[in-house]
Ligand binder design. Sequence first.
Ligand code: ACM
Length: 536
Amino acid sequence: MREHHRSTRLFGSLLLVAAAGLSSVAAVPSGQEAATTPAPTPLGQVIPAPASAVPGGSAYEINSKTRIRVDDSRDARQIGSYLAGVLRPSTGYALNVTDDEGRDGIRLRLASKDKSLGDEGYRLESKSGSVTITARKAAGLFYGVQTLRQHLPAAAEKKTKQAGPWLIAGGTIEDKPRYEYRGAMLDVSRHFFSVDKVKRYIDQMSLYKVNKLHLHLSDDQGWRIAIDSWPKLAEYGGSTQVGGGKGGYYTKAQYKEIIAYASARQLEVIPEIDMPGHTNAALASYAELNCNGVAPPLYTGTEVGFSSLCVKKDVTYDFVDDVIRELAAMTPGKYIHIGGDEAHSTSHEDYVAFMNKVQPVVAKYGKTAIGWHQLTGATPAKGALAQYWGYDATSAAEREQVANAAKNGTKLVLSPADRAYMDMKYNKDTPLGLAWAGYVEVRRSYDWDPGTYLTGAPADSIQGVEAPLWSETIWESRHIEYMAFPRLPGIAELGWSPASTHDWDKYKVRLAAQGPRWDAMGMDYYKSPQVPWPSK
Ligand code: ACM
């Protein structure tokens, strides 16, 4: 069903040619009908939009002789092998990765002296005979590879041999991100997602230069990470999920496997232990964490705001210390997320005392705290990030509290629920998701500016954006895909591309071109009527 039929593919090609205002006639073996092949994707027509793309000169063509020439470094070799791994099945070419110097082929260079590219930027130069990606760091090289990948036809993403040609338009792209924090969150607590499902989503988000994977590891319905000093958290607290299924948890080895997989794709894993509310799974596992000393039953519904750690008990802070210590020890990234949202069963006084006592524990184990924006109602620690998840109906007072914290130096990550929450339904007929923040169609999700979104927050307080995906209603990869695509690329573009490139009418055309790629990858997505998908 996802295959293009030959005749419709030709029709689609003609449309593309017309759109690009270019055409090329492929040489075809005698005896076959001549066919017009699509011109290569115009330079820079990718997501996220690059900072600068100057087309010109001949296209580069990957062929059976192409080699991937890498600098003699582990990072460059790893990224070269990754690219070869993507392109070998579809092209059928060997695409040997070599550190033999040469001026031809796909060249991956770590030119560490070029400061203009920043820590995540890259330059891509494409011409007849070679395409060269230059970066200061591995991240930039990896992002350059993603840009290269999106210039190839969608069939390049297939797992079986496809007909070329494999052209990359000529010219030069110079690119680096607007924001350093470009995140996606997956709630593995309401429903548990296996390591393989998490890896699949990591691969999908890495296409769009997302660089933070926030894992919501604990909530009322499930505790999903093994903690040796409190083993019942995972073994008992992780034993169910919304709807009463069997749940699950990551062993430490599995968690490290996710981190390694993410890290090879330039994603930093940010673990979240939500506190003091959203803690029923922990409270059910250890009676002593409850003020009344009685463990509640496990919870498999979807209400929020009914649970709280016991703020006045010393054992609560032993628990917090142990959990954060063990989590910090296996997390190479900078951040630990401590939640802090919807603590409706914790008094304000207790909430402030708790958050102010827990933030130093994060610092003690060498990490920086992130909290949902309610953290700004306590005293955000120096360097802490607040994650804003308000929406149009959020009160002026609450917005002002967050904006004031930002004026006082707290940096913000923006996840407005009626723009960036991937679990909001697109419309009333969306079979999955929730709608408490309203329906969020694709344009609404994309069409805002993080720099000016929160009135009163200084532009330089914005650290970036994140697209959270809550899982009350989803448990399969195809559910993730249907909710995150096509919205996630929009949030990723807001995080990466200069504000000057923001333009829905242009964006939607680049977005439409992603559809065939997702088809080629066997992904599901919502065929929004707002997007001019190519006809099949
Ligand atoms: C949240 O959606 N409760 C952060």
